[in-house]
Design a binder for this molecule. Structure first.
Ligand SMILES: NC(=O)c1ccc[n+]([C@@H]2O[C@H](COP(=O)([O-])OP(=O)(O)OC[C@H]3O[C@@H](n4cnc5c(N)ncnc54)[C@H](OP(=O)(O)O)[C@@H]3O)[C@@H](O)[C@H]2O)c1
Length: 385
């Protein structure tokens, strides 16, 4: 049986007991544990994958700490996580026409598209019975994979950073820009100020804004990540200079900095994947008619705001989730040309995936964390590994 990581409600309860219920003291590697997985038999439209490499996604920390909900418990006590992977096709069911053995593919994690293609649920998270890809092998439906753009100029590890975060950023950007353009046409205002707060999704969002000619600013607490984005022409603001917006005075000071940086205008499109104190900072940075987009609630699930104030300033708050499958394919086309992800300096071994999750939890990584799953790589990717 292939090795695979799982998260159990029991492991969460044991870790919670160990730290006296203080979620900030969780060691995520005590919860994300090596297990085994029995793959389902191959169906006619299934594809059997060897997983080559995966990125660690933030929802693993949410699942393992149960800070935004106990998803392992809700799914019957155990989940197999992992919704972003690069794999090699080993075999295909007899009705599969788009893929063949030897192809290299990336996954998307739209678990069940609604009538408009948006996910009702996320694969390997809240989609019932979905089995994730932090595993040596996987059985997926052919609708769940997209050919990997191996000649896009990125390394295999950089490609692995993108299957979940790039479609999310792509969706946030097309929504934010589209909504802004409903209000303010291009001929009235072509060049926009765009702000993103720290995190892998925000970084990619800003790369899209920059690639389309706008001014992009990254407000992050990580010097390494600010520096990496600086090399792509993305400006930055040190979030820690404003104490991560702990008090009203910090938010006020941040408003002053935004005024200075934007000549009093503010930001027209803002990506906030964190909420909590970051939400107030996003509002403080908002220009008239701006759009604040988010697909995350890392620091808080609830937000509060003055509806009258936002109405008067014509500010739109937009809530998004993951992309449609077509949107995921479109985002994949932009690997390398637009999306140039910053990856963490260590490529973790499969045995160290739990530590990678924990270091993400501690927020000590210098970029998106990547885990090499397969020791032996196929010839087709050796030159980019
Ligand atoms: N709905 C969806 O489809 C979807 C898709 C992807 C992600 N998400 C969610 O969106 C959130 C962000 O995802 P991501 O992939 O961008 O995560 P990520 O790459 O792990 O980035 C998280 C960032 O949070 C920042 N941070 C940590 N503690 C903070 C604090 N106390 N105050 C302010 N910032 C803090 C850090 O930025 P700095 O240290 O650089 O400031 C860190 O880089 C997660 O909750 C994730 O689950 C949702």
């Amino acid at each position: 049986m292939p090795r695979a990581y799982s998260i159990t409600a029991e492991a969460i309860a044991t870790e919670s007991e160990r730290v006296g219920g203080d979620v900030n003291k969780f060691d995520i590697s005590n919860v994300v544990q090596m297990d085994q997985l029995e793959l389902r038999p191959m169906g006619p439209q299934d594809v059997h994958l060897k997983i080559l490499t995966v990125s660690v996604e933030h929802n693993i920390d949410h699942a393992a700490s149960a800070d935004t909900g106990n998803i392992a418990e809700a799914r019957g006590g155990k989940i197999y996580p992992g919704n972003s992977a690069v794999g090699e096709v080993l075999a295909t069911g007899d009705q599969v026409t788009k893929f063949k053995a030897g192809d290299i593919v990336v996954t998307h994690c739209n678990g069940e598209p609604d009538n408009f293609g948006f996910p009702l649920r996320i694969w390997a998270y809240d989609q019932p019975d979905s089995v994730g890809w932090y595993a040596e092998e996987a059985m997926v439906g052919d609708w769940q994979i997209i050919p990997a753009p191996l000649s896009c100029g990125l390394s295999l590890w950089e490609i692995a950073a993108l299957p979940l975060r790039a479609p999310t950023a792509y969706h946030l950007w097309r929504r934010g820009l589209g909504i802004y353009r409903v209000k303010v046409s291009r001929e009235k205002h072509a060049h926009l100020n765009v702000l993103g707060f720290g995190g892998g999704v925000s970084e990619l969002f800003l790369m899209l804004a920059k690639a389309e000619g706008h001014r992009a600013v990254f407000c992050s607490g990580s010097p390494a990540r600010r520096e990496a984005l600086g090399k792509l022409g993305i400006e930055s603001i040190d979030q820690k200079a404003f104490n991560r917006f702990t008090s009203r005075d910090d938010v006020k000071a941040f408003r002053g900095e935004v005024k200075k940086v934007t000549g009093g205008e503010g930001f027209h499109i803002i990506c906030d994947m964190l909420r909590g104190p970051v939400f107030q900072a996003g509002l403080a940075a908002a220009a008239r008619s701006s759009v604040n987009v988010s697909a995350g609630w890392q620091l808080d699930k609830k937000i509060g705001y003055d509806s009258a104030g936002l109405s008067v300033k014509q500010i739109t708050l937009d809530h998004t989730h993951y992309e449609t499958i077509e949107g995921c394919a479109a985002a994949t086309e932009l690997y390398g040309s637009v999306f140039k992800p910053t990856i963490h300096q260590e490529i973790y071994s499969f045995e160290n995936l739990g530590r990678a999750c924990h270091e993400m939890y501690l927020n000590v990584q210098t970029g998106i964390p990547i885990v090499r799953v397969a020791d032996e790589l196929p010839d087709s990717v050796k030159s980019i590994a």
